[in-house]
Design a protein around this ligand. Structure first.
Ligand code: NOJ
Length: 748
């Protein structure tokens, strides 16, 4: 028996070791075979050729302050360029690639990048809208289509996903991210990476670039590019989490940010780039700067000349200089002067080459220029996904008298410019999106009404046609490229055009406000006058069909907010996972100014409530859902056992969710916790899980969430990420402001 027993144990151990090795090497970034190729190539490279791999230039439309530089073919031929971006098209990219592969001494291919943010030609909703779907699997599919389309045009690297947590709706770039929650953003970050990169085994896989590392979304006062001050704990708890998730999912690259973080520009920050990213996380992908962000460290004030800026950037850990020309001009000389060790340059080159090998660029450097997939109509499946994504992204904020879905309607008046604005539906960063591909609300509604014998009128203003309509649709909002996205921060974040709601209110008809926006907007003044409000974001090419399906109930809204909608801009920054303060408001009535000291001396405003108009996680449906109070599988557990990873210490939290409405609907079931009695203050609520579930009318389902070390650990007073003894409340509910908690205790 005995020898057999040992043999068995030996086999199990061997199996585990091999499985472990396979798991580790499943990412090409960890592949020993790729590392060998990198080393072989590196040995052959001159210093100039090494520096060349670290240079990236924009060779098309400028997506930053233009430089007007030219002469790339000559530079590529002598190995001075590692990457081009903003160059689009198989023919165009191939032309440059032929020079790199055939003329440069070592034949190293270029990598072509582009901002493919929410689709390439098939434009999906903006990322903030996609996040509102709470549907990572769907987001993964959108990224997959984007990768297929972009790679056909020679693009093998997208500067996406943006995973900057944003707690301030003034910041224009809130539209490009996932909102205010690090857990949700992490799940979505992984989905984008999976979608773009696939298995990295095919020429239509493209490299993801996780940006902007790090803290960019915490810009003071919501002003783009502004200073950020973030404690080490908040950095790790909130801002770094989605980056870590993306790195663990195998993202091939990171982009360093424009902002300064705790007085150190993020693009020259050895703490975040070397200590956290490389040392703590063991990241082996490449780091590219943002557009001239190395050069900008001079304006930040930590370098007095370009040479020092280059030196600080490379030493901090930025591998590739985007559009800065600093490495090109100064790096070789810095090495020769001994200011930058050759080993630092070698490591940067390794990171770049590793990505090029991982993408298979050495085997497949060229795009297939016999294919011009993008001249004809888009494939039906792409359109179908765009429509589904838009439908899932819409968030129904208000629906008085169940005015939606529309039934028994004979005449509709549509007012406002967004009903027929194809361009705006694409959102900012629309890559190769075409206004011609967009089906507007006007197109789709006209067709629907013709088929259903409904009269419909369209006008930009509050026309008389509204007087005898059964319902008035007001389609207004932000202009995508001027008012949202990069360099588009606003201090007045009302909904542009909302005055139309006031104007049509005189007709005393139900008003459905269709709000097109890239950020949480202040709806407070018009909210009482709108019977229903549907937040439509910038929905993409299938805007019209998705809106019509939703308005008439073929689709049931299931989008939920991922960023708080403020009552007033003065509340910003506003986010649900805040700390309690020492003077929480408790039951004080905040709808009026304080009249006694007991009402006054709280963390509150004298002229506004603390709560948002619509909280994180919120959204209505045409169904209604009921949650039972959650049940915990144990009333206590142990911090020691949790930290040891003991499965017996895990606690299950379950609840029953019932569709109490009369139509099928999807509910986003959200799992929140709060911990008290810990060494540092923890948020009043934190999202730790979610499930989007489909429920038929009257159907109930049990949902189950786990509390393990992963959910309970946090960066404690000693900056150790551990679970601590605590009193814990847990909620399973439909948004961040509702629900009845169950309780448990974490004992030592
Ligand atoms: C600047 C933006 O901050 C970044 O997100 C983008 O990827 C680059 N420009 C390249 O266009």
């Amino acid at each position: 028996m005995k020898p057999f027993y040992f043999l068995k144990v030996f086999c199990v151990l061997m199996f585990c070791a091999v499985a472990n090795l396979c798991a580790q090497s499943s990412s090409p970034l960890q592949s020993a075979a790729i590392d060998q190729k990198v080393e072989k190539l590196l040995k052959q490279m001159t210093l100039e050729e090494k520096v060349g791999q670290l240079n990236q230039y924009s060779a098309g439309a400028a997506t930053g302050p233009g430089t007007g530089r030219t002469g790339y073919p000559e530079m590529i031929a002598v190995g001075q360029v590692g990457s081009l971006f903003n160059l689009i098209g198989a023919k165009q990219t191939n032309e440059m690639q032929h020079i790199a592969v055939e003329k440069s001494r070592l034949h190293i291919p270029l990598i072509f990048g582009l901002d493919v943010i929410h689709g390439y030609r098939t434009e999906f909703p903006m990322p903030l809208g996609l996040a509102a779907t709470w549907d990572p699997a769907l987001i993964e599919q959108t990224a997959r289509i984007a990768a297929k389309e972009a790679s056909t045009d020679g693009i093998r690297w997208t500067f996406s996903p943006m995973v900057d947590i944003a707690r301030d709706a003034r910041w224009g770039r809130i539209t490009e991210g996932e909102g205010e929650d690090p857990y949700l953003a992490s799940e979505i970050a992984k989905a984008y990476v999976r979608g773009y990169q696939g298995n990295l085994d095919s020429p239509d896989d493209i490299a993801a670039c996780v940006k902007h590392y790090v803290g960019y979304g915490a810009a003071e006062a919501g002003r783009d590019y502004n200073t950020t001050e973030i404690s080490d704990r908040t950095l790790r708890e909130i801002y770094l989490r989605p980056f870590k998730a993306a790195a663990d999912a195998g993202a091939l690259s990171f982009m360093s940010a424009f902002n300064s973080l705790n007085e150190v520009p993020a693009s020259a920050n050895p703490f975040t780039l070397r200590q956290v990213l490389r040392h703590d996380w063991g990241y082996k992908g490449m780091v590219v700067s943002d557009w001239q962000s190395l050069w900008e460290i001079e304006a930040h004030g930590i370098a007095n000349d370009d040479r020092t800026a280059a030196e600080k950037g490379i030493l901090a850990g930025v591998d590739m200089d985007m559009e800065g020309n600093l490495y090109h001009t100064h790096l070789a000389e810095l090495v020769e002067a001994g200011a930058v060790p050759m080993s630092v340059v070698d490591d940067a080159v390794r990171n770049v080459l590793r990505v090029k090998f991982a993408l298979g660029l050495f085997d497949h450097p060229y795009a297939d220029d016999t294919k011009t997939a993008f001249d004809g109509p888009l494939p039906a499946a792409s359109r179908e996904l765009a429509r589904k994504a838009a439908e899932e992204a819409f968030v129904l904020l208000k629906n008085e008298h169940a005015v939606l879905p529309l039934t028994g309607i004979h005449k509709i008046a549509v007012v406002g410019p967004m009903a027929d604005n194809a361009d705006n539906m694409l959102g900012s960063w629309d890559a190769q999106g075409k206004a011609n591909d967009v089906v507007t609300l006007r197109n789709a509604l006209t067709a629907y009404c013709a088929a259903h014998n409904i009269a419909v009128s369209f006008s930009a203003d509050a026309s008389a046609a509204s007087a005898d309509a059964d319902v008035i649709l007001v389609a207004v909002g932000e202009t995508a490229s001027e008012m949202t996205g990069e360099a588009a921060s606003r201090t007045r974040i009302g909904l542009p055009g909302a005055e139309l709601v006031d104007e049509v209110a005189k007709f005393n008809k139900p008003i459905v406000l269709l709000a097109f926006a890239g950020r949480p907007v202040v709806l407070t003044p018009i909210e009482p006058k709108a019977t229903a409000i549907l937040e439509a974001w910038f929905p993409g090419i299938e805007a019209g069909p998705a809106l019509v399906a939703t308005l008439f109930g073929e689709a049931n809204p299931s989008g939920r907010l991922t960023a708080s909608f403020p009552r007033s801009v003065g509340q910003e920054p506003l986010y649900y996972n805040a700390l309690s303060t020492g003077r929480p408001v408790g039951n004080v009535d905040l709808t009026r100014p304080p009249t006694t000291g007991l009402e006054k001396y709280h963390s509150r405003y004298i002229d506004e409530q603390n709560s948002p108009l619509y909280p994180f996680g919120y959204g209505l449906s045409y169904s209604t859902f009921e949650f039972s109070t959650p049940q915990v599988s144990a009333s206590s557990t142990s911090a020691k056992a949790l930290n040891a990873g003991d499965a017996k210490a895990e606690v299950h939290v379950t609840a029953t969710v019932k569709n109490t409405g009369n139509r099928p609907g999807d509910e986003v079931v959200q799992f929140y916790i709060r911990q008290r009695g810990t060494s540092v203050a923890r948020p009043v609520r934190e999202l730790k899980g979610f499930q989007k579930i489909a429920l038929a009318a009257g159907e109930s389902k049990q949902v189950d969430f786990k509390l393990t070390r992963q959910q309970l650990a946090f960066w404690n007073i000693d900056m150790k990420e551990v679970a601590e003894p605590a009193k814990v409340q847990v909620w399973i509910t439909g948004d961040s402001a509702s629900g009845t908690p169950a309780e448990l205790e974490i004992k030592p």
